[in-house]
Design a protein around this ligand. Structure first.
Ligand SMILES: [Zn+2]
Length: 377
């Protein structure tokens, strides 16, 4: 059996910048095929995806991860070459060490140990890997989930390996992510001379009233796991350049980070209704929606929490902050989804690094989660 850090090194040495997989998924197949996992590649566009399942029965537990990494920037800025995978003083260096080739390696070795000690486990274990998490995420996990749904492969539990830890391994896990809804609002008025306002219709004044109302709106109260929904304007643009002209239109860009207590259609309806109160002529160009997800404490949260405290002696904090993750594509199928991975302090930075010992600990935690959920303690 391969050591977690060795597999992580081998993965880092493949320069798999999004959407290239560069053979990372083949390395994973090499390790798991001999342990009874059946590989199925699901390429979409230029994205490589891998579905690797052991067993045909439910319940189905899935590790979700990505083999792509963000670009390095100028390699001369790196003290340790980004694709060297060097281990120095127990620290594994390289692009993807923390986000998230270390986690992928920990998933693989956890699966190997689990099936060696529990060859006849009930249910199924699977890995869902994509090479398009850091990019547009259009042909990655979302397409695999669509394919699985179409043939009724139902995911019960999913553990995403995103780097969630803050100060020490396993101190933070994510049981959800906020949604993101944004757009550009354009208000039309009538251009005219500032000295003859009765002949003009000032869209800046109308937009100002709309922004004022939207920015003081209470969208929801938030809940135990999510703060209340927030609305922010990031840009406002108007004017002809002249000081004596009322412009004909005004534009604002806005974004809401929303709690799952609010739905995107309701938020859109509220925004449109406020616009209608203050403007006769307006249009909103909505940006692609990022759906929120939330997994309430239950079987999966307990299994992950207990496995962490078993291994490390401390309990994780639940969090829903940060950007988005592929968890948003898996949760809508009804699966419970939790994210747990190594320290995120150096992700996307030069000299990304992870503790080799932490990867071993992470692999142990992953293995314990499998034992707890598939009933073989
Ligand atoms: Zn990641």
């Amino acid at each position: 059996m391969i050591a977690t850090v060795t597999l992580a090194q081998n993965l880092i040495r493949k320069a798999s910048v999004t959407p290239n997989d560069k053979g990372c998924q083949d390395l994973v197949v090499d390790e798991l095929r001999s342990h009874g996992f059946t590989p199925e590649f699901m390429p979409f566009g230029e994205v490589r995806n891998l579905w690797l399942r052991r067993g045909t029965e439910g319940p189905l537990f899935v590790f979700s991860g990505h083999t792509d990494v963000v670009p390095t920037g100028p390699e001369t800025d790196w003290v340790y070459p980004p694709f060297s995978g060097d281990v120095i003083d127990d620290m594994l260096h390289g692009r993807g060490a923390a986000d998230m080739k270390g986690s992928v390696a920990a998933m693989v070795t956890a699966c190997q140990r689990f099936v060696e000690t529990h060859p006849d486990h009930p249910g199924s274990v699977a890995l869902l890997l994509t090479s398009d998490e850091e990019g547009p995420a259009v042909d990655g996990t979302v397409r695999v989930v669509e394919t699985l749904s179409a043939r009724n492969e139902v995911i019960d539990w999913c553990l995403v390996g995103e780097p969630t830890s803050s100060e020490r391994l396993g101190d933070v896990i994510k049981n959800g992510r906020r949604g993101s809804l944004g757009g550009t609002l354009k208000v039309r008025g009538i251009q005219g001379h500032v000295a003859y306002p009765h002949l003009a219709d000032n869209p800046i004044h109308r937009l100002g009233r709309i922004v004022s109302e939207l920015s003081s709106t209470r969208w929801d109260e938030g809940n135990e796991y999510f703060p209340a929904t927030t609305f922010q304007v990031s840009n406002i643009r108007s004017g002809t350049g002249a000081t004596n002209v009322v412009p004909g239109e005004a534009e604002a860009q806005f974004n809401l980070r929303f709690c799952p207590d609010s739905t995107a259609p309701d938020l859109k309806a509220k925004i449109e209704s406020v616009c209608r109160q203050h403007a006769d002529h307006f249009e909103i160009d909505w940006s692609p929606l990022g759906l929120p997800y939330q997994t309430l404490p239950g079987t999966l949260v307990s299994a992950v929490t207990e496995s962490i405290s078993d291994t490390t002696g401390y309990s994780p904090r639940l969090s829903t902050d940060g950007g988005t993750s592929d968890g948003r594509f898996i949760a809508p199928t009804g699966a419970q989804v939790v994210e747990l991975g190594p320290l995120n302090r150096t992700i996307h930075q030069v000299d990304e690094v992870v503790s080799a010992e932490d990867l071993d600990t992470l692999s142990q935690v992953y293995e314990k989660v499998l034992k707890r959920l598939l009933g073989c303690t």
